[in-house]
Design a protein around this ligand. Structure first.
Ligand code: C2E
Ligand code: MG
Ligand code: MG
Length: 672
């Protein structure tokens, strides 16, 4: 909608010029800049006759009048009568941004009393709380639009006096721009096209303070439809903006540390990727995960945990360059973004610097202090085509690698590991379903007495039936089961199934022993021992028929739980066999710290028997120590008669391997 001002006429006192008045603009040197169409008509001149020429030559009376005037700053617009073409003419002179403006007024000046309609409109404009500004529609660029009217609300908003604004350009409200530059161009576009528009921008008051206004800009048309003036209604929305901004900031800020949160991080990475698009170099996303933060929370409370997070935010921030971003994802996860990296090594350097700065002691109270530490995963890209989520996912994955590795606690994203892990996700899913839905299978491999070849017992070896029906070997899913905790239900299933089969054998008069494998993580939580003994009792199995196979790592740095579980089992008569002996630390001193019943020499030693002299000597030594300490020796992986004979001669008690049998399902092969 557009208003047509020609239907309203206003007092000349409050309106610098009315639509029917002409306008002449003169620069500071007295050269005519512009004569508008009304002035041209009133003076009967062509623009060519006036524009760019000296006013002194064209209209000496007026030039003299302007020259004489000294009260510009105090009085504002002044009305006078000058002679033009032999007749008196009313003019109004005032200051403009470029020099002087001269209103060529319609009719001679005479004291005027406003009609009731006029005063009503004016009173309305004076009463509204929004600032109202009316400007000329011409001279967009130079010398700029001229302010013809402002209401009291405008003066209150800006702090200017009426004299200081009439005749000037609205540009005097323009300070150092801090709104979106696109707003200014939208404004220009609307002005050029003569379209009504609404926008929000920043105004600068006389004293320099800036405030946000919502501007409604309406063109006023003359009878021919040409835009003659603009009315701009300006509402101060600073307060709303401030609350909006505060809310927006809150929504983007982590309340504990004040750092950008997950949301903000997303857009920061996005922006960085866009910048990457425009220039050379690489950017890195560093995923930082604190180690053992949960312990601090659990032991000292969330209050202390929060304080630690604040401290950590501070330390990390300090170790970064000002232009880098640091955000908190939540929990004990922080993410840093570093741009303009020359090479991969820069990102690693940065990660190491962060870790170092983080690691200074932090006092919880007078007695306790801790050294925070973290693992850092790095994802680097030189291409902007990668998505934010993908970049974060890569960094996250690298972080897990960093946690698992024993090195510096820093890892760079590696595609091949990624592919492996992706595969393992499907394995995890299968495993989960298998434990619940009968997709697990046990095979039994005989353990043979080397002295007479009789079967001592069986080792239960678990397999996962894949969706294609093929059996997946334990090496492909036990590690997944361990990290996901699925190893506990898996282990229980194995025990239950193995016991059930053992019972069948025993009932058939076969006095076999049964070995089940137990991984370290199964012994790190309490419960395995009790479960096993309960099942034994329930199914009529004597615990002395059962052996659990553990690797040396179980005995090294074992937590108390592991020790308790193993003791419980041993006291009940369950044997403990040390599996894969020779591949780990193989320190015989472990054997004195925790008594075992047998060691199983790893198949890599068996394979080199008689070939590798050193390994042969080591096996001989193992067997000798075992005899001294009175535990049994089982050799794994016997594939040839030759290997069997060597072992027998050296005094090895039992053997296991393809020479005797591969692992087989119950009731097949030699188990039938
Ligand atoms: P392990 O306990 O050392 O089991 C012996 C492995 O050697 C088995 O592999 C077996 O198939 C293989 N093997 C047996 N004889 C020979 C031979 O003559 N030559 C060669 N080259 N290999 C032979 P499998 O079944 O793939 O099991 C791998 C590992 O998975 C086992 O090593 C054990 O540590 C683990 N595992 C198996 N079942 C379970 C289970 O129920 N729970 C847990 N936690 N781990 C299990
Ligand atoms: Mg084993
Ligand atoms: Mg083994």
């Amino acid at each position: 909608m557009t208003l047509t001002i020609s239907t309203v006429s206003l007092r000349p006192e409050s309106f610098l010029l009315l639509p029917q008045d002409g306008l002449l603009l003169v620069d500071a040197q007295g050269v005519v800049l512009h004569v508008n169409s009304i002035a041209r008509r009133r003076l009967s001149v062509t623009p060519q006759a006036f524009n760019g020429r000296s006013l002194g030559e064209l209209w000496p009376e007026l030039a003299e009048l302007i020259e004489r005037r000294t009260d510009w700053d105090t009085t504002g617009p002044r009305d006078e009568t000058v002679v033009w073409a032999g007749a008196p003419l009313s003019v109004r002179t005032f200051r403009t941004d470029s020099g002087v403006g001269v209103g060529v007024l319609a009719g001679l000046l005479e004291p005027e009393t406003p009609g009731p309609r006029q005063s009503l409109v004016e009173n309305v404009l004076e009463a509204v709380s929004d600032a109202v500004v009316v400007t000329t529609a011409e001279y967009l660029d130079f010398p700029g639009p001229v302010i013809l009217y402002v209401n009291s609300a405008f003066l209150a908003q800006t702090g200017y006096a009426l004299n200081e604004v009439l005749g000037r350009s609205p540009r005097l409200l323009q300070g150092p721009m801090d709104e979106d530059p696109s707003t200014r161009s939208r404004l220009r576009g609307a002005l050029q096209k003569g379209e009504r528009t609404s926008l929000e921008l920043v105004n600068t008051a006389k004293d320099g303070t800036q405030y946000w206004v919502e501007i409604d800009l309406v063109p006023l048309l003359d009878g021919t439809g040409a835009v003659t003036q603009w009315v701009s209604v300006q509402r101060n929305i600073s307060e709303r903006r401030t609350t909006q901004q505060a809310l927006a900031e809150q929504a983007l800020q982590d309340p504990v540390t004040g750092l950008p949160n997950r949301f903000a991080l997303h857009s920061r990475i996005d922006q960085a990727l866009q910048r990457l698009n425009r220039r050379e170099g690489q950017m890195a996303v560093l995923f930082c995960d604190l180690n053992r933060f949960k312990e601090v929370n659990d032991m000292h409370g969330h209050h202390v945990g929060d304080q630690l997070l604040v401290e950590i935010a501070f330390r990390l921030r300090e170790a970064l360059r000002p232009e880098d971003t640091l955000a908190r994802l939540g929990g004990d996860e922080f993410v840093a973004i570093a741009e303009n990296l020359v090479e991969e090594a820069d990102a690693v350097q940065l990660a190491l610097r962060l870790k170092e700065r983080l690691g200074a002691p932090w006092a919880i109270d007078d007695q306790t202090s801790i050294r925070p530490s973290m693992s850092v995963g790095i994802a680097i890209t030189a291409e902007a085509s990668v998505t934010v989520d993908e970049l974060l996912r890569r960094a996250d994955m690298a972080m897990y690698q960093a946690k698992e590795s024993t090195g510096a606690g820093v890892a760079i994203y590696d595609r091949s590991v990624d592919d492996q892990l992706k595969m393992s996700i499907s394995v995890r899913r299968q495993l989960h379903q298998a434990i619940e839905g009968g997709g697990l299978v046990l095979e039994y491999q005989p353990i043979v007495e080397l002295s007479d070849g009789s079967i001592h017992g069986a080792e239960a070896l678990v397999r996962l039936r894949g969706s294609d029906g093929l059996l997946i070997p334990p090496s492909d899913f036990i590690p997944q089961a361990e990290v996901t905790g699925l190893v506990v239900p898996l282990g229980e299933w194995v025990i239950h199934q193995a016991f059930s089969d053992l019972k069948t054998w025993r009932d058939r008069g076969r006095p076999y022993a049964m070995s089940v494998n137990v991984s370290p993580s199964q012994l790190r939580v309490p419960g395995l021992g009790r479960y096993l003994l309960e099942q034994a009792e329930l199914m009529g199995i004597d615990p002395r028929w059962v052996a659990i196979e553990v690797t040396e790592t179980v005995l090294i740095n074992h937590p108390k739980v592991t020790y308790d579980e193993l003791s419980l089992l041993r006291e009940a008569g369950v044997k403990v066999h040390l599996d894969d002996f020779g591949t780990g630390y193989s320190s015989l001193s472990w054997l004195t710290q925790f008594p075992v019943d047998a060691i199983k020499i790893d198949k890599t030693f068996t394979a080199d028997l008689g070939i590798d002299e050193r390994k042969t000597a080591i096996i001989r030594a193992f067997i000798q120590v075992a005899q001294e300490l009175e535990f049994a020796v089982v050799a794994e992986g016997i594939e040839t008669e030759l290997q069997k004979d060597w072992l027998k001669r050296m005094g090895c008690d039992r053997g296991q391997g393809y020479l005797f049998s591969t692992p087989l399902r119950m009731d097949t092969g030699l188990w039938a």
